[in-house]
Write a protein that binds this ligand. Structure first.
Ligand code: GRF
Length: 213
């Protein structure tokens, strides 16, 4: 049986699209049964709708400061759809312990840095300011601390001379779209631990230096 997955988004949803593409392979061990957003104007909703995936909007603004009520509404939508795993993909709300605990071990997030470096926002700007030579992305299980939790997959890319935030973000996004489907695959098949297929990669090597195995 394929695992029933929901994706939570707030924006354009390119990682969502990568997950949707992966699940089109009938051999992939998960299917996307719901795309849910806290914003009605999230671009990814139209992409999901065009792909025939059910969508839902649970606008946080409707709930004011009542985060618990907002998350209870999300949780209800997830249960109504028979969801087994949740992927956060550019979902721009901090979660309370309520939703984190409900989905402990079953909720993933993708973050645009090599955690534990650069949790939080503006990761690419901070990486450039720090002068790091390697940057990347991480898929991890969601725990109560922000951008923390067991790491399921990572990919590293070099920071090149002349990079600005946009160039770095573009290079990393290519890798995000590879490691998120890989991490979800491993979690869905129960091989996310020691027995997992490789989930670390060093990609986009420096020009002229050949491929890094
Ligand atoms: C990605 O960079 C992801 O790592 C971060 O938010 C961004 C979402 O982009 N959490 P998209 O909506 O998936 O295109």
């Amino acid at each position: 049986m394929r695992k029933r997955v929901a994706i939570l988004i707030s924006g354009r949803g390119s990682n969502m699209a990568a997950l949707l593409a992966a699940t089109r392979d009938p051999a992939y061990p998960a299917e996307i049964v719901l795309v849910l957003s806290n914003r009605a104007d999230a671009g990814g909703l139209a992409v999901a709708g065009a792909a025939g995936v059910p969508t839902a909007v649970v606008e946080h603004r409707r709930f004011g400061a009542d985060r618990a009520a907002h998350e209870a509404a999300i949780d209800a939508a997830l249960h109504d759809a028979g969801v087994e795993l949740v992927c956060l993909a550019g979902y721009m709300r901090l979660l309370t312990p309520f939703l984190v605990q409900r989905w402990a071990g079953r909720m993933l997030n993708i973050h645009p840095s090599l955690l534990p470096a650069f949790p939080g926002t503006n990761t690419h700007g901070r990486a450039l300011a720090a002068g790091v030579k390697l940057h990347g992305c991480t898929v991890h299980l969601v725990t109560e601390a922000v951008d923390d939790g067991p790491i399921l997959a990572q990919a590293a890319v070099p920071v090149l001379a002349g990079d600005d935030e946009a160039a770095l973000a573009d290079r990393i996004l290519v890798q995000e779209h590879l490691i998120y489907p890989l991490a979800l695959h491993n979690l869905a098949t129960g091989t996310a631990g020691a027995a997992a297929a490789p989930t670390a990669s060093l990609l986009n090597p420096l020009p002229g230096h050949g491929d890094v195995p």
